[in-house]
Design a protein around this ligand. Structure first.
Ligand SMILES: Cc1cc2nc3c(=O)[nH]c(=O)nc-3n(C[C@H](O)[C@H](O)[C@H](O)COP(=O)(O)OP(=O)(O)OC[C@H]3O[C@@H](n4cnc5c(N)ncnc54)[C@H](O)[C@@H]3O)c2cc1C
Ligand code: SF4
Ligand code: SF4
Length: 602
């Protein structure tokens, strides 16, 4: 194998599994260490720069980082029989938000003086607000339009208050609006042409995927009064237009919307709530914890139930008929209300099809996958509006990228060219055996986030169920993090091949072997390296003609190799990767002022 190119920013980035998996590439171990040190404001700001909504996401993130977390695959050796579990990365983020001080506002950046450029954002969801945050600080005049009266998008209108209190949304949207962003709430954009004619230099479309799918089955029209589209119903509940439900409710669908519908119906007083899903339980789209939370609240999930018809008597809904997919048997389940949560789709009724923006056969805009630029160069898309419904952190990630594109576009630089991330690698050595980070590996299992008492939580739709970690538990959970950003850096010139690191490594991560092809090497190491998603770290050729090969997959970053090495060939170096945001760092010619003459017309 070739010697590993550790100069490539992606090399060590991949070792930080959580940050690599996070769509916004949040430096997770950095903020977890800060939480462990009680530096909550600093931890909050690390999050704010990357994922923009630490308090919101600390409660609601889809957590793609957690299945990737190294702790979840190396812990079994430490804790014996128990199932290995990831660090509670998401809920630690909430700790930073819950425990931050009043001084936080003073840490937010002051916007640069206005640069004469105007950007319009359609929709005030997480995608647009991220664009606004990134561009307003750089001197752009950003106007955000939303048909609703308050900012937040689906964060406010769909996610129920028992998962996300309104005060958290107000606070975090407020930080962005406080940067001088103009919010035109209650103003729905009805025409792209008319918006372009208002003279904005660029337009960002973050209008989400607002249409809930319907289910056209026999009885749908007749019993329509008691059949609701789930996402519309949730919005009505959020805005207080719906305050009660019928006694027996069936929720159709297996995604997170279905879970929010059933848990909301339970809180609005339904005596029986049942979820029916076509797929098997394991194939349901809802996150595992959403399913667990619903079942914990006494809501049965019936899988392999294919809906056949809405049953009714003279237009009054009485039940639903299903076919059991595995046996073919038909069953009727009585009910008085049905909530349909079988998916969402995009809709752009306000974008004229001759406005210059091309759409594909699924009604999605044709975009450059990296820059989010549409076929009308000054119009960019992001969030659910770009490629269909996803989640908040993806919308944020799109927002950052679109802001970079807009910034480059308005400086007449190619938008498809992306600047490299900012990378820093720094030794953590303080003495021969002393490191500036806490490298002890705790054996504690993942800590559970406490819940409000069931009778209190189920009595109101507005009582938050999860209470968050207290400082002491947060510290213990933070200690479970393996500091995967503190990298083992090997200098082959210093190595005397004494094997001391091989002997001390608790994970059999290091081998000195003859070089070979990757597949062969993976089998010949001290322990076979089976996770192909993580690289082998291969050194240059050593004096004995062998190479040092380290399996990056299972390293605990304990630093024992570096402590034991008599020559200092191993060092523990903290790797920090920050993606480049809009602003001078993202441009080829930072000093150039934005183009004054560029104007948008349809
Ligand atoms: C029930 C439900 C629960 C969810 N729970 C989670 C969760 O727990 N975690 C998670 O990560 N994701 C969750 N999601 C998904 C998440 O909410 C979305 O992926 C995310 O909000 C998308 O952000 P966005 O900025 O693209 O658009 P949105 O948040 O949808 O915001 C779009 C905004 O644009 C406005 N708008 C639309 N058209 C116009 C127009 N023509 N003029 C002006 N304004 C307009 C809308 O009023 C809206 O405010 C959930 C979704 C649903 C439906
Ligand atoms: S152990 Fe810590 S640094 Fe490593 S992947 Fe998990 S959260 Fe990230
Ligand atoms: S830091 Fe060194 S000793 Fe510790 S697990 Fe990783 S390779 Fe082994």
């Amino acid at each position: 194998m070739q010697r590993s190119d550790t100069q490539d920013p992606a090399y060590f980035h991949k070792v930080v599994d959580c940050q690599w998996a996070c769509p916004a590439h949040t430096p997770v171990p950095e903020y977890i260490r800060l939480i462990g040190q009680g530096r909550y404001d600093d931890a909050y700001m690390v999050n704010w720069v990357s994922n923009v909504f630490p308090g919101v996401l600390g409660r609601t993130c889809d957590r793609p980082c957690e299945p990737a977390c190294r702790r979840g695959r190396v812990e079994d050796k430490n804790v014996g029989e128990k199932k290995p579990e990831a660090v509670a990365i998401c809920r630690l983020k909430r700790v930073a938000a819950d425990h931050k001080s009043q001084e936080l506002r003073a840490l937010l950046p002051k916007p640069l003086p206005r640069n004469g450029k105007k950007v319009a954002c359609v929709g005030a969801g997480p995608a647009s607000l991220t664009v606004a945050r990134d561009l307003a600080t750089q001197g752009y005049a950003v106007t955000v339009f939303d048909g609703e009266t308050k900012p937040g998008g689906f964060i406010r209108s769909q996610i129920p208050r028992f998962r996300l209190p309104e005060s958290v949304i107000d606070e975090e949207c407020g930080y962005i609006l406080g940067l001088g962003v103009e919010l035109r709430a209650g103003r729905r954009i009805e025409s792209m042409r008319a918006l372009l004619a208002e003279g904005y230099d660029a337009v960002f479309v973050g209008c989400g995927a607002p249409r809930g799918r319907d289910l056209q089955l026999p009885g749908r029209q007749e019993a329509g009064e008691r059949i609701r589209i789930g996402i519309d119903w949730l919005a009505s509940v959020s805005f207080g237009h719906v305050t009660s439900v019928q006694p027996r409710v069936i929720v159709l669908g297996g995604g997170n919307t279905a879970m929010d519908c059933c848990r909301s119906a339970r809180r609005l007083g339904a005596s029986s709530v049942t979820v029916a899903v076509r797929s098997g339980y394991a194939q349901m789209k809802a996150s595992p914890w959403e399913k667990e939370d619903a079942e914990h609240e006494g809501i049965p999930i019936l899988d392999f139930h294919v809906p056949l018809a809405f049953e009714h008597e003279g237009g009054k809904l009485t039940g639903m008929r299903f076919k059991k997919a595995q046996t073919g048997e038909e069953v009727s389940i009585p009910c008085d209300e049905v909530l349909i949560a079988v998916g969402q789709e995009n809709a752009f009724p306000w974008i004229e099809r001759d406005a210059g923006i091309a759409f594909n056969e699924h009604g999605l805009p044709l975009l450059d996958a990296q820059s989010f630029q549409s076929s009308l160069p000054q119009v960019f898309f992001g969030g659910d509006a770009a490629f269909g419904p996803k989640n908040i952190i993806t919308a944020v990630a799109h927002g950052h990228e679109a802001a970079v594109s807009i910034d480059r576009y308005l400086h007449a630089e190619p938008v498809t060219k992306r600047p490299p991330p900012h990378v820093n690698l720094l030794s953590q050595k303080m003495g021969i055996h002393e490191w500036s980070y806490d490298n002890g590996i705790t054996n504690e299992l993942r800590h559970k986030v406490p819940w409000a008492a069931a009778e209190k939580a189920l009595a109101s739709i507005r009582v938050e169920v999860e209470l968050g970690f207290d400082a002491a538990t947060a510290f213990k959970e933070a200690q479970r993090c393996l500091n995967c950003d503190v990298q083992t850096v090997f200098t082959d010139k210093l190595c005397i091949e004494c094997d001391a690191c091989v002997d001390i490594c608790p994970m059999d991560s290091i081998s000195f072997v003859e070089n070979g092809a990757e597949a062969d090497l993976r089998q010949r190491l001290k322990a076979p390296a089976l996770n192909l998603a993580q690289d082998l770290y291969v050194s240059g050729t050593l004096k004995t003609a062998r190479v040092m090969v380290k399996d990056e997959d299972v390293c605990l970053h304990c630093g024992l190799c570096a402590e034991r090495c008599p020559t200092g060939a191993w060092d523990m170096q903290k790797f920090l990767l920050l993606t480049t945001k809009a602003g001078p760092a993202c441009r080829d010619t930072p000093a150039r002022a934005p183009l004054a003459e560029r104007k948008v017309t349809a």
